[in-house]
Design a protein around this ligand. Structure first.
Ligand code: FPP
Length: 213
């Protein structure tokens, strides 16, 4: 969800306003994805590298995650469930604060009965950390290392192979996100910043999945 900061700067607003707008956009896109019968939507909410941002910005992004994980009624109305991927809370070095842990656990429990769209939020997440952990577990298992064994040890093994990666804000590079799961994925690039992303852009990204490009 790149470009919250740029969206704010272009309007002469603080970066935090860009994140607030970004959270609203995410709520809109979750609704649009559910209406389009998308099965899985996985978003990069906060990375293992994002903790070094200024304290006020980190605090604001945390409060937005609390808000997002609190949107239980909306999610239930759309038959959507919430999941989370990231460094396990009890792992040395993991940084998810307890109030976010609680919000995550409650959102997961309160939406677990829904059978539609699965919204997975990556928080305190880094793909390389996920792969290192999966490799360590696989090595301890004394089984031969295979792609299936590594897949089974991702943070949430049920996250399926990705059909399309959306890269907003003119970013033309892949980040430290779902590197294992995006093998073979299409990549949808857009110049729009995340707060300006909308349902038509989502349609264009979905259309890419079935195109011959
Ligand atoms: C990327 O834009 C955004 C983030 C790292 C913050 C997390 C995302 C949001 C707050 C929007 C969705 C909300 C939730 C709660 C998941 P940037 O700050 O890197 O912007 P820039 O690239 O323009 O500087």
């Amino acid at each position: 969800m790149d470009g919250n900061g740029r969206w704010a700067r272009r309007r002469g607003l603080p970066r935090t306003d860009g994140h607030t707008a970004g959270e609203e956009t995410l709520a809109t896109i979750v609704r649009a994805a559910a209406e389009r019968n998308v099965g899985w939507l996985t978003v990069f909410g906060f990375s293992t590298e994002n903790w070094v941002r200024p304290r006020t910005e980190v605090r604001h992004i945390l409060s937005l995650h609390k808000k997002l994980f609190g949107r239980i009624t909306e999610l239930n109305d759309k038959n959507a469930s919430i999941r989370w991927i990231g460094r396990p809370f009890d792992e040395p070095g993991a940084l998810t604060p307890v109030f976010i842990q609680k919000a995550i656990k409650k959102a997961i429990a309160d939406t677990a009965g829904n059978s539609g769209l699965v919204v997975t939020v990556a928080f305190d997440y880094g793909s390389r950390a996920e792969l290192v952990r999966a490799s360590q577990i696989a090595l301890r298992s004394a089984e031969a290392i295979t792609p299936d064994l590594l897949s089974a040890n991702m943070y949430d093994p049920s996250v399926p192979p990705v059909d399309v990666v959306v890269r907003t804000s003119g970013e033309a590079r892949i980040s430290n996100f779902l590197l294992w799961q995006i093998a073979g994925a299409k990549v949808y690039f857009t110049e729009r910043t995340w707060p300006d992303f909308n349902a038509s852009e989502l349609d264009a990204a979905i259309a890419l999945v079935n195109s011959n490009i």
